[in-house]
Design a protein around this ligand. Structure first.
Ligand code: NAP
Length: 241
């Protein structure tokens, strides 16, 4: 019997600020015990304190998504504290540096591409695979990958971002491969787009609040067992690939 806690457990990566913190807040308010995944000790503990002050059951988990060791240690910590994981929200992400607000493909620094993929794509695979044994102990496991409509090959939205946009396209593709792999299991995985949100990421230029950006991730994290699988959604519904 591994269920040492009766409430559902959710891990949110990059939960110390922005959309991740709002997802953690929303899941906490919905009754989840929230494991606050963040790489910086001080920022993580501040976020945990904020969530607890708001009434959420929250604890911090050291997690740098670019490190397999860190992902393994985070899984061990969640196992120790909670015994299982019901929801994983892969939210941590970076844009990588821009020049004049763009990433020009004709002058692209491939080290930037590698760094962006390492966080936005490989980080999701690392953390997901580290958490799978814990997700396998949950009754209705859900995985939500926070993507972007900038990764949509159909919409081609936003500025030219030759590292960031393809990283989200690949994240969408990886999401579909996980969904296919989990087709005969209880694990439901989807990708979401939060919209254009006022966070550090956008220099607070986004028109939406972090709470608005978090809403679709929370919805996908709490899907019923017959919910959609392997899709890409925002508040309006399906986002074209
Ligand atoms: P943000 O305010 O910059 O927050 C990003 C979070 O990711 C921070 O907590 C950051 O931690 C964390 N992070 C980055 N690298 C990490 C790593 N290696 N290990 C662990 N955590 C790491 O950005 P945001 O706007 O909330 O973005 C959250 C997600 O939404 C991202 O995946 C982004 O691509 C996506 N998104 C955002 C928008 C938007 O308009 N804001 C639109 C579409 C999609 P530190 O504080 O330690 O850096």
């Amino acid at each position: 019997m591994n269920h040492v806690n009766d409430s559902k457990i959710a891990l949110v990566t990059g939960a110390n600020k922005g959309i991740g913190l709002a997802i953690a807040q929303g899941l906490g308010a919905a009754g989840f015990t929230v494991a606050v995944g963040a790489r910086d000790d001080v920022k993580r503990e501040k976020a945990v304190a904020r969530l607890q002050e708001a009434g959420a059951d929250a604890y911090g988990v050291a997690l740098d998504v670019t490190s397999a060791d860190s992902a393994a240690a985070a899984a061990a910590e969640i196992e120790r504290r909670s015994g299982r994981l019901d929801v994983l929200v892969n939210n941590a992400g970076i844009s990588g540096p821009t020049a004049g607000g763009v990433q020009d493909p004709t002058t692209l620094d491939l080290d930037v591409v590698r760094a962006v993929l390492d966080t936005n794509v490989f980080g999701v695979v690392r953390v997901t695979n580290a958490m799978l044994p814990l997700l396998g102990r949950a009754r209705s496991p859900r995985i939500v990958n926070v993507s972007s409509n900038m990764g949509s090959l159909t919409l081609r939205t936003g500025p030219v971002m030759a590292a960031y946009a393809p990283s989200k396209t690949m994240l969408n593709s990886i999401t579909v491969q996980y969904a296919r792999r989990f087709a005969d299991t209880d694990i439901i995985v989807n990708a979401c787009c939060p919209g254009y949100v006022a966070t550090d990421f956008t220099g607070f230029a986004g028109s939406r609040t972090p709470e608005q950006g978090a809403a679709i991730a929370i919805r996908l994290a709490t899907l019923p067992d017959d919910g959609p699988r392997g899709g890409f959604f925002d508040d309006e519904g399906v986002v074209p690939w």
